[in-house]
Design a binder for this molecule. Sequence first.
Ligand SMILES: Nc1ncnc2c1ncn2[C@@H]1O[C@H](COP(=O)(O)OP(=O)(O)OP(=O)(O)O)[C@@H](O)[C@H]1O
Ligand SMILES: [Mg+2]
Length: 224
Amino acid sequence: MVEMIKVSRNYGTDIKALTDISLTIDTGEMFFLIGRSGAGKTTLLKLICNMETPSNGLIEVAGYNINNLKGKKLAHLRQKIGVAYQDFKLLNNRTVAENIAIAMEVSYKKPLAIRQTVRDLLLQLQLTDKHNTITEELSRGEQQRVALARAVANSPRLILVDEPTGNLDANTTERVMNLLSRRNKAGATIVIATHDPSIYQKGNHRVMELRDGTIHSLTRSKAS
Ligand SMILES: Nc1ncnc2c1ncn2[C@@H]1O[C@H](COP(=O)(O)OP(=O)(O)OP(=O)(O)O)[C@@H](O)[C@H]1O
Ligand SMILES: [Mg+2]
């Protein structure tokens, strides 16, 4: 699903956020990215969804060289990728339901299907009572779950989640991970950047540690 060959990303002349990353993420995999703050996790996710462009190297997503795609083809591929950003990027003056619905409206889903999906997601993430709340009135943990709901609403084939549980208690973390596991079992490829070992130690997943923008290790977490 994702293929990176010798990918680097620099900012200006001094900052090497990522250097020479070669990596394959298989279709249907749940893949974890770990590493200290500043290691390059967010940069790597942004490269995969074309929010950032590489300084060097090649990135293929679903068989397409994403940095050469333009116009409709790029828009089409982007609709198959759901992203929950570390800083959420919610529309602050809109309600929770509107924020989630937007992901589906851009791909012309029917209003009834949109309403149903929004309701289901809010139920799964224990946000039902926030349906009509303006997102800037939510706690960070609530905003984080809205960002996740928006990322998965359109049933994307590739889901990128940046720190999905950073502001959550253990119980809510489990709900979030259950939702992602269900999507993964239904065939979605999922890449998760995290500082929370509890979310990858429970399954048998590949875990890649970035250190100073390079791959420090690529191991498999043990199934428990
Ligand atoms: N837009 C930017 N301009 C300049 N430097 C940047 C930019 N984005 C990221 N960086 C730098 O690139 C490096 C990697 O940042 P990145 O956000 O990918 O780290 P991270 O692993 O996601 O960290 P965290 O765990 O804190 O989220 C850092 O040194 C950061 O300061
Ligand atoms: Mg980050």
